[in-house]
Design a protein around this ligand. Structure first.
Ligand code: ZN
Ligand code: ZN
Length: 285
């Protein structure tokens, strides 16, 4: 008997999400056209590059330490004012409120590689990288946000998310303006505001795409997650994604001393100053 050919998996796709698509297009075009055009006409100053670097680190760690390891996985505890600081920094990354981000991420772990996985890597590189953002979510389920809704700091950040985003962009303009007037403000806004947002967005996206498609699986093959030390270099340690999927509540993504994981170093340092507690680790490591 000839076996029936395997049919390709079918995926449902929601209606286009025009608002997110337009916003992402503005950030992408601003970075690809606006940033080099300004460099050609006026050039960037050391203030612009310093702000770019500082905000890349601050907003990147806001996502990895605040949104991801603290809110989505509860891998440590901290005072509310530290949490608020981390969620403001994460808000400046333009990756939605911590409530929405962490609920999506909890669902990613619960339904990895399945239809309800918001950035399902089985749907290909571009879908898991950023394509999923451009369609309405057909599988949103409020149960993944219920624990987060108990947190007053999360609700506060969700309510004022737009103001937080605008304050981050305004900060870049204000610093540039103080240094070099209107042209300085525009330059700093373009490089440290728009260009940096594009850079941090894409580094985060690499975890959902690259770290589910290419790399080693030394800690388990229960899902498509993979370790990539290369991705860790630009994501503050999040590239050790196979370890993370296997031990989700560990505050470290790279558990060994030689793993490049600045997020765990920050959490560990905070704990030494009494600003983080109950750091969770996998029992055998
Ligand atoms: Zn993952
Ligand atoms: Zn996670």
């Amino acid at each position: 008997m000839i076996p029936a050919p395997l049919s390709p998996p079918t995926f449902t796709r929601g209606a286009p999400n025009y608002l997110t698509a337009i916003l992402f297009a503005l950030v992408a075009l601003g970075t690809i056209i606006g940033v080099p055009a300004f460099a050609y006409i006026h050039g960037y100053t050391w203030v612009d590059w310093t702000m770019f670097g500082l905000l890349y680190v601050i907003t990147g760690l806001g996502i990895t330490v605040g949104y991801h390891r603290l809110m989505a996985h509860r891998s440590f505890d901290c005072p509310d004012w530290i949490k608020a600081g981390l969620l403001i920094a994460g808000g400046w990354a333009l990756e939605n409120s911590a409530l929405k981000w962490a609920a999506d991420h909890i669902r990613h772990h619960a339904c990895c590689d399945q239809e309800a996985d918001p950035y399902n890597a089985k749907r290909g590189f571009w879908y898991s990288h950023c394509g999923w953002l451009f369609f309405k979510d057909m599988n949103a389920n409020d149960k993944y946000a219920s624990r987060l809704r108990q947190d007053s700091v999360v609700l506060w950040q969700h309510r004022y998310y737009l103001l937080i985003v605008l304050s981050g962009l305004a900060l870049t303009f204000a610093v540039g303006f103080l240094h070099n007037g209107w042209i300085g403000g525009l330059g700093c806004f373009l490089l440290a505001g728009v260009g940096r947002t594009f850079a941090v967005l894409n580094s985060t996206f690499c975890i959902n795409s690259i770290c589910h498609l290419w790399g080693r699986q030394p800690h388990g093959q229960a899902d498509s997650s993979r370790d990539s030390w290369l991705v860790s270099l630009v994501t503050f340690g999040e590239g050790y994604h196979n370890y993370h999927h296997t031990h989700q509540s560990d505050y470290r993504n790279g558990p060994f001393w030689y793993n490049f994981d600045p997020s765990k170093w920050l959490i560990f340092t905070l704990s030494k100053f009494g600003l983080a507690s109950s750091l969770r680790t996998a029992p055998h490591l």
